[in-house]
Ligand binder design. Structure first.
Ligand code: ADP
Ligand code: MG
Length: 386
């Protein structure tokens, strides 16, 4: 699948600039098995890079300007590297402007380059095409100009670029796009950035994403509200238990003992966070022990927590997960990503994928008048120089 993308991207570069690219980079999207809304709460998450990528072709152009072409949009822009980088009305260019700005602000020296890129990561479905765009661009500039940047710093620069664009994201997306490994999930401590790999062998089950094809506008405002609610909740926990530095230090019992000191809404949010961090730990044990049925149950628990306590689900996602819960061929399902739309992640008994897909498509179309999309995903390597 990605071979054709690479061929097309390279050919487009040659046609546009009259010579072959000097560097070709693949930068993947990511899934998150479990640990949702946890990266900005300094807990553990369990993401992995997937076999859907943005392919970039780069070459130096011996000027002080860079020209970048988004093949899929049939759009391009030029940026003068001697001028201060500013935000543009053309949103996609800002991810690249942001990366250039972060590299320059952090003292990395580079000159003009040409770049074309094309992608098979669904955009805006929660698979982090934006992180792939940031990290792939940094990777390419690093390779072209031989910059000394550690992997973890590529992630951090990508995250800063996304903040500059205006999305106050955690570190998970960029970190997993860069650090992914084939058939491994990454247990990432979002506080210290320590990480360990666990085998991602789902045994008799396939990993399939169902794309709800909706994105409700509540997303940004609710995301920001959740961040504030969690900060408020954590402040009360710390007042009562001075030894606690972040949510991962707090047991459920400790939290329950101060329930009356926290407003009901904030309590629901932080209760979800404390339980979700524990579920990540249990999910790693389940994977290590090959207990995929247990992993599946944890996914359902996460979904109902996100829906009822964290309140970031929507009718479409709830319907997909409720239907999955009642289906013997699906052992786990939950909304993945920020919520209010995007994908659910599902563990489906091998051999039953087609019947499940056709049942869900019909039901979803009948209920919401919207086409459901499916992505079969394989856990793959992080950003790679070909
Ligand atoms: P997600 O990261 O979940 O896919 P975001 O809204 O965070 O969704 O990022 C999507 C944005 O990233 C797009 O609106 C666009 O600006 C940029 N982007 C992603 N993929 C491409 C692409 N192939 N070509 C141009 N821009 C892209
Ligand atoms: Mg994104």
């Amino acid at each position: 699948m990605n071979d054709i993308l690479v061929q097309n991207t390279t050919a487009f570069f040659e046609k546009s600039f009259g010579s072959a690219p000097q560097k070709v980079v693949l930068s993947p999207g990511r899934i998150n098995i479990i640990g949702e809304h946890i990266d900005y709460n300094d807990g553990y998450v369990l993401p992995a890079a997937i076999d859907k990528v943005i392919c970039f072709a780069f070459a130096k152009n011996d000027t002080k300007k860079s020209r970048i072409v988004a093949i899929d949009l049939n759009e391009d822009f030029e940026i003068d590297l001697t001028q201060e980088v500013t935000l543009s009305d053309v949103v996609w260019t800002n991810y690249i402007r942001g990366v250039i700005k972060q590299l320059q602000d952090n003292g990395f020296v580079f000159e003009g380059f040409n770049c074309v890129f094309s992608s098979n990561i669904p955009v805006g479905s929660g698979l982090s095409s934006s992180a792939a765009l940031e990290c792939g661009t940094i990777f390419g500039i690093k390779a072209l100009f031989d910059l000394k940047i550690e992997k973890v710093d590529i992630s951090l620069l990508g995250q800063k670029a996304e903040h500059w664009v205006g999305i106050n994201c955690g570190i998970m997306d960029q970190f997993s796009s860069v650090h992914g490994l084939e058939n491994k999930v990454i247990k990432l401590d979002c506080n210290t950035l320590d990480f360990e790999y666990h085998n991602a062998d789902f045994k008799d089950y396939s990993l399939v994403l169902f794309d709800s094809n909706v994105k409700h506008s509540l997303f940004t405002s609710e995301y920001n509200t959740r961040r504030i609610e969690c900060e408020q909740g954590l402040a009360i926990i710390k007042e009562n238990f001075p030894a606690i530095k972040s949510f991962r230090d707090c047991t459920e019992e400790q939290l329950l003992s101060i329930e009356d000191k926290i407003s009901p809404t904030v309590f629901k949010r932080v209760h979800f966070v404390v339980k979700e961090i524990n579920r990540v730990i249990k999910a790693c044990e389940a994977l290590d022990n090959g207990n995929i049925e247990l992993l599946g149950q944890l996914l359902f628990e996460t979904h109902y927590g996100l829906s009822q306590e964290y309140e970031v689900s929507c009718a479409e996602l709830d319907m997909l997960v409720d239907t999955a819960k009642a289906d013997d061929a699906i052992i786990g399902s939950r909304l993945m990503g920020g919520g209010f739309g995007g994908c659910t992640i599902n563990l489906i008994k091998k051999g039953h994928e087609n019947e499940v897909k056709s049942k869900f498509s019909n039901l979803y179309l009948d209920t919401f008048g919207i086409e459901l999309k499916f992505y079969d995903v394989k856990i793959s390597n992080g950003t790679t120089l070909l």
